[in-house]
Design a protein around this ligand. Structure first.
Ligand SMILES: Cc1cc2nc3c(=O)[nH]c(=O)nc-3n(C[C@H](O)[C@H](O)[C@H](O)COP(=O)(O)OP(=O)(O)OC[C@H]3O[C@@H](n4cnc5c(N)ncnc54)[C@H](O)[C@@H]3O)c2cc1C
Length: 381
């Protein structure tokens, strides 16, 4: 009998990446005799975020979708764009529904073991070791969703934009929203000249998530988000009476930091810690699904799990974009307006999904043609 401390796979982190990976293992008979540990310091019992993403037609997570939209709005300071998303849909999932569903599925399988503990370190070897506050575990392979400390220590060497935000779910007594159309970005209220906008997900006629978001190198104090949220609700949405029923806040790294270089032979970094957040958007839900499909197939073919996970040319595009946003943060509104005004939804989404043709990529680059992009292009080269 195997020791209770020895596993085939250890997954550190029961967040988006860890649970999607565990579910993929659970769905594939190749892993049915593999002993798998999921270690997290948190029980994941609160709704700590809402994930939204676009996809064509039916998707793998449709049973968890809380709301979806076929149309979106984009507002620059002076222009309103109406975007028909077809053939895509924009879908939202409450994190708590995802956690509960994943835990129920995984707990029904005898080869999955949940361990609530704080991971202190991992050590590479033929049998990598995971040291937690209470114990030591070994596995044939470890998947680790923690961010390397280097990200915090070596920030000066890379382009880093923080996508930081605070959102309120607000409820009104009277009808205030059109639940069929969400607002992707609204630049009519900004914090000075920085790349800041409001994102609105109407959940019903009298309920919406309203989020004030920054794409900036520096973060701000909590009361600043509150100020802009209040201003947006009163001046743009024209709502006087509302109650805040939930809050969410976060800071997603949009960066050139090479998270992917921190995987080793038997320890694979996953999720944000593996560089799975798209540098230019901060979205990662669908990228996570794609990368996990690739990892599972790599393992089954005897390849290193990280084989073929990243496409170099998209990293290059992200680098240019981040450089412009970092060095000319006041240009954010113009960049996104061009992006949405000059390209079809199909072209944009397939580009952001990293499935575009070179012709579409050229078209997108032409729509962003400007001195700051040319400068960033040559600096990135
Ligand atoms: C508020 C918010 C909203 C977001 N919304 C979207 C969205 O709409 N669409 C989208 O595509 N992306 C979104 N993102 C970005 C991204 O999809 C999420 O951050 C996603 O959760 C990243 O997945 P992950 O598995 O890397 O990290 P997480 O989901 O954060 O999971 C990491 C897990 O590791 C555990 N952990 C960390 N350290 C340790 C340790 N030392 N020991 C044990 N366990 C540990 C944590 O407890 C956590 O459960 C959002 C991010 C945030 C913060």
């Amino acid at each position: 009998m195997k020791s209770p401390f020895t596993f085939d796979y250890i997954i550190i982190g029961n967040g988006l990446a860890g649970l999607q990976l565990a579910l993929a293992f659970a769905e594939d008979s190749y892993f049915k005799n593999k002993k798998i540990a999921l270690i997290d310091k948190s029980r994941k019992s609160t709704n700590d975020k809402t994930w939204s993403f676009w996809e064509k037609e039916d998707g793998k997570w449709d049973h968890l979708i809380s709301k979806s939209w076929n149309e979106a709005l984009f507002f620059s300071s002076k222009q309103k764009l109406e975007l028909n998303l077809s053939p895509y849909q924009y879908k939202s999932i409450r994190a708590i529904d995802f956690y509960n569903n994943a835990k129920t599925q995984l707990k029904s399988k005898s080869n999955f073991h949940f361990i609530i503990d704080n991971v202190l370190s991992t050590e590479e070897g033929t049998k990598p070791i995971v040291t937690t506050s209470k114990s030591k575990y070994t596995a044939n392979h470890v998947f680790d969703s923690r961010l390397t400390k280097d990200y915090f220590n070596k920030k000066d060497k890379y382009t880093i934009i923080n996508q930081h935000f605070k959102g309120w779910i607000i409820e009104t007594e009277t009808t205030a929203f059109n639940p069929e159309v969400f607002t992707m970005m609204d630049y009519r209220i900004k914090d000075n000249n920085q790349t800041t906008f409001t994102y609105v997900l109407p959940l019903s006629q009298n309920k919406a998530l309203v989020e004030f978001t920054y794409f900036t190198p520096k973060i701000v104090e909590d009361h600043i988000y509150d100020r802009y949220l209040k201003l947006y609700i009163s001046d743009i949405l024209k709502i006087e009476n509302y109650k805040i029923t939930e809050e969410e806040s976060g800071n997603i790294p949009m960066t050139t930091f090479p998270f992917e270089n921190y995987s080793s032979k038997n320890i694979t970094k996953i999720g944000t810690g593996g560089g799975w957040v798209k540098g230019s958007t901060g979205y990662s839900f669908k990228h996570t699904e794609k990368k996990i499909t690739q990892i599972v197939s790599n393992i089954k073919e005897g390849k290193r799990p990280t084989y073929g996970l990243f496409k170099k040319r998209y990293k290059f595009y992200d680098k240019i974009f981040l450089k412009v946003l970092h060095d000319n943060n006041e240009n954010g509104e113009w960049i996104f307006k061009q992006f949405y005004a000059k390209n079809s939804v199909n072209t944009m989404f397939s580009f952001l999904d990293e499935n575009s043709s070179f012709k579409d990529e050229l078209k997108i680059m032409m729509s962003l043609f400007s001195f700051s992009f040319i400068k960033a292009f040559f600096k990135t080269l």
